[in-house]
Design a protein. Structure first.
Length: 320
């Protein structure tokens, strides 16, 4: 008969050894970040969906063609982030924005670069403002992830609008801590009080521009995808840096379809994503790319993209 006397110390006995403890435990499923994409342009929607869905941690749960559909999709799917265009038929993005921010964080993803639109979007609750052509594919993905965590993102045009508004704002600022901002400390080191601010706009009646150069025209037409530049850098600080003027692409002599595919290459898409966006086969995509490389005198996607957006060393001197 087994000994059923209590343990002398009164301590509970350890649980029996699990027979499968040495086997690898099943991995916990990673919860993917759920996104709603709202844009009236079907090519933009398809391209954004393909780009975001290609990331293991992101899932596009719905697409919308206007603000009303965006609200209905957000109400139904409860996404983590909404990507919202400004100008859409029916209910536009600015009108839908205050109703969407109560459901999920919203980042404006748009061609609209007017400073008053940027300011109104942020006033109505947008967590970020990205202008097509001012960010890379990877930066867009980083922005979507960060917006979910409450970290805002702005491309140069939006940052410039905010800076201009801040400089124009006449609301009295709260007092600085003692010892900061006094004119006496500046004059003591030889800085004249009459010196004008280097950052002050030359024409106060015009909104200040973040970059010293005028904003370039869109990299591709609104009928094409998101005008995202190729991967030229990862740092978010590059979003607020100056950018070169749009290159003259007429000399490349690409057909309309070839130019569209080159834009998608520059956005960071692979052949499978390009084929899905353009509704053609991957073999047709490869044939187009071969002709594009020949016309751009390039041997790789990165070289062709650099020439296409004007960052290649030989861009200003002509084809290499």
């Amino acid at each position: 008969m087994p000994d059923q006397r209590p343990h002398p110390t009164g301590a509970p006995q350890p649980p029996p050894h699990h027979p499968f403890a040495d086997l690898p435990q099943p991995a916990q499923p990673v919860r993917r970040l759920r996104v709603v994409v709202a844009d009236d342009n079907p090519v933009v929607r398809a391209g954004l969906t393909a780009l975001l869905s290609g990331r293991a941690d992101i899932e596009v749960v719905a697409e919308a063609v206007d603000g009303r559909q965006a609200y209905e999709a957000a109400h139904q799917h409860r996404p983590d982030v909404v990507l919202l265009d400004v100008r859409m038929p029916g209910v536009d993005g600015i009108s839908a924005l205050p109703h969407l921010v109560g459901i999920a964080p919203v980042v404006m993803l748009t061609y609209s670069r007017e400073s008053e639109i940027v300011q109104e979007a942020l006033r109505r609750g947008a967590g970020g403002y990205l202008v097509h052509g001012e960010f890379t594919a990877d930066q867009l993905v980083d922005a979507v992830r960060d917006i979910k965590e409450g970290r805002p993102h702005f491309t140069p045009t939006a940052a410039g609008a905010l800076l201009a508004q801040l400089r124009r704002d006449q609301t009295p600022a709260p007092p600085l801590p003692e010892g900061l901002g006094g004119s006496s400390s500046a004059t003591a080191y030889g800085i004249p009080t009459s010196a004008k601010s280097h950052s002050q706009p030359q024409n106060p009646s015009q909104p200040a521009h973040f970059a010293p150069h005028p904003a370039p025209p869109p990299l591709i037409s609104p009928e094409n995808l998101s005008q995202m530049q190729p991967h030229v850098g990862q740092s978010s600080s590059e979003w607020t840096s100056g950018r070169p003027a749009a290159p003259d692409r007429s000399r490349f002599q690409l057909s309309t379809r070839e130019a569209e595919i080159m834009d998608l290459i520059a956005s960071g898409m692979n052949n499978q994503q390009i084929a899905a966006t353009c509704f053609i086969s991957e073999k047709t995509v490869k044939n187009h790319i071969n002709r594009i490389f020949a016309k751009l005198h390039s041997t790789s996607r990165s070289e062709a993209a650099a020439k296409w957006i004007g960052t290649a060393p030989d861009t200003r001197r002509g084809l290499g």
